[in-house]
Design a binder for this molecule. Structure first.
Ligand code: G6P
Length: 475
């Protein structure tokens, strides 16, 4: 499926799963990245290269729901060393403020280089002459440079969906220089926030020694690389339409009934990840009940935890901790038919998410660090009556735009408690004022606007005068 637009991401939008009858099938992949790129793919008739999960080796390129998908295989040892290892045991915690301790292992790095090379080769073989290749996220930071060496005719964009850390943290990485050089293979490197772009340019100047000016990096071969912020978003109109549908309305009513029609429903929806602050948030809620500020007759917290990276040690530990916490809270504070927390360890389709957003009065999104957090934006998009409250961490990228949320420091449990309580008690006028402003922002900056601005900036980069690149030595 050669194409003029090739998307390269670690994940395909669908995951290979075993269905209940034992036959293999497909299921939507978790996470914000997939949610954001899908609409771009549909609009551009591109080809998407990625891993469908698992270790199956004989999967052919296929069309799914109108998208051309090219599955990449991964061996068990690559899953362990590249995916669970370097991507999610080194880079993920390092880029999220060391919320967990990153591990540095040379064999993880070797696997990272090898898998990136394979993705680059696949992209090189599928891109038409002069095509645009858009590489995504922290799992594939070496692909831009590798791809440029193979195909200097391509226009290459890179977008990082997670935060890019300050120099003080990044410089711990033994392979810091190789990562920076890998990214510099792109013509345009996109970040969620201006802070991330600034961190990158500063590091390139300090660590690689290239000349920089504002958001531009000047390379010795004559190329310029731009590093800028492109805050990602959602298909706001699509979500709103879904939320307004009769089926979702009926489902939202059914959810409220199943919960015993409490006065207020609090909601959290996250991948089960230690960056998301689920533990502290549930503790804060339980303290409000224990203190007598809330009563289980009036309020319930629905927490959806989407299974994620279950083979990685820190994720297993987190799951056990949350299981124990929920059990304890419900045991101590619940009454018959009235648990304080309704906990669901599962992933749900878009329709069910929309119904939950519609059913919930207070959405609580309290990550310690998050690139953007699309769940916060989805909630806002679904509140077409301009009601509902959003409690949002200052450390989510979304807080830069959703200024009218109840913004909180997720490390400050007391502050979270008071914000949740304020949101619980807020009157209609207050809620409408805040939600209306946030909805305006989301409508103006939807995912189409995000993709358009990245693509048009990428198209504007003029590197035609650059000399051909020489392959760099990599250790
Ligand atoms: C985040 C990352 C994505 C990743 C997703 C799900 O959104 O930015 O790159 O795909 O989490 O994580 P997983 O490890 O299941 O791909």
């Amino acid at each position: 499926m050669p194409a003029d637009l090739v998307i390269v991401a670690n994940r395909l939008p669908v995951d290979r799963v075993e269905q209940s009858d034992g036959t293999p099938g497909w299921r939507g992949s978790p996470g914000g990245l997939v949610t954001a790129i899908e609409p771009v793919m549909r609009a551009n008739d591109g080809t998407w290269i990625g891993w469908p999960g698992g270790t199956e080796t004989d999967l052919e390129p296929f069309e799914y729901d109108g998208m051309n998908l090219v599955p990449m295989t991964m061996s068990q040892s690559e899953i362990e060393l590249f995916y669970e290892g370097f991507a999610n045991g080194t880079i993920w915690p390092l880029y999220h403020d060391l919320v967990a301790k990153p591990e540095f292992h040379r064999e993880w790095w070797d696997a990272y280089v090898a898998v990136n090379q394979r993705f680059a080769e696949k992209a090189a073989s599928l891109a038409n002459k002069g095509a645009t290749v858009w590489v995504h996220d922290y799992q594939l930071q070496l692909v831009p440079q590798m791809l440029r060496e193979l195909r200097p005719d391509l226009r290459i964009g890179f977008y990082l969906h997670i935060p890019f850390p300050p120099a003080e943290l990044f410089q711990q990485l033994p392979w810091r220089r190789q990562i920076l050089e890998g990214l510099l293979g792109a013509d345009l490197v996109g970040f969620q926030l201006p802070g991330g772009a600034g961190n990158f340019v500063r590091l390139v100047r300090q660590r690689v020694g290239h000349k920089t000016h504002r958001d531009l990096v000047y390379l010795p071969d004559g190329r310029t690389v731009r590093a800028a912020a492109f805050p990602i978003s959602i298909d706001a109109a699509g979500f709103e339409e879904l939320a307004q549908s009769d089926a979702v309305a009926a489902r939202a009513t059914a959810i409220r009934e199943a919960l015993g029609n409490p006065r207020r429903i609090f909601l959290g929806i996250d991948r089960l990840d230690y960056t998301k602050g689920i533990y502290a948030r549930l503790r804060a809620f339980s303290e409000l009940i224990a203190d007598g500020h809330l009563d289980v007759e009036d309020a319930v917290f629905v927490q959806v935890a989407v299974p994620s990276r279950e083979q990685v040690e820190q994720y297993r530990i987190l799951r056990d901790e949350i299981d124990r916490l929920v059990g304890r809270i419900n045991g101590d504070l619940g009454r018959i038919g009235k648990p304080a927390i309704s906990y669901l360890h599962s992933s749900y389709p878009r329709e069910e998410m929309a119904a939950l957003y519609r059913a919930a009065d207070i959405m609580v999104v309290t990550p310690y660090r998050d690139g953007m957090n699309l769940v916060a934006k989805e909630y806002v998009a679904c509140r077409f009556d301009d009601d509902g409250a959003l409690v949002l961490s200052e450390f989510a990228g979304a807080a830069d735009e959703l200024r009218q949320a109840w913004l909180v420091n997720p490390y400050d449990i007391n502050a979270m408690k008071s914000s949740m309580l304020e949101a619980y008690a807020a009157d209609e006028k207050e809620l409408t004022k805040r939600m209306r402003a946030m909805r305006k922002t989301i409508r103006q900056h939807d995912v189409a606007a995000w993709a358009d601005s990245f693509m048009s900036e990428l198209a504007d980069v003029d590197n035609t005068h650059a000399k051909p690149v020489k392959p760099a030595k990599r250790s």
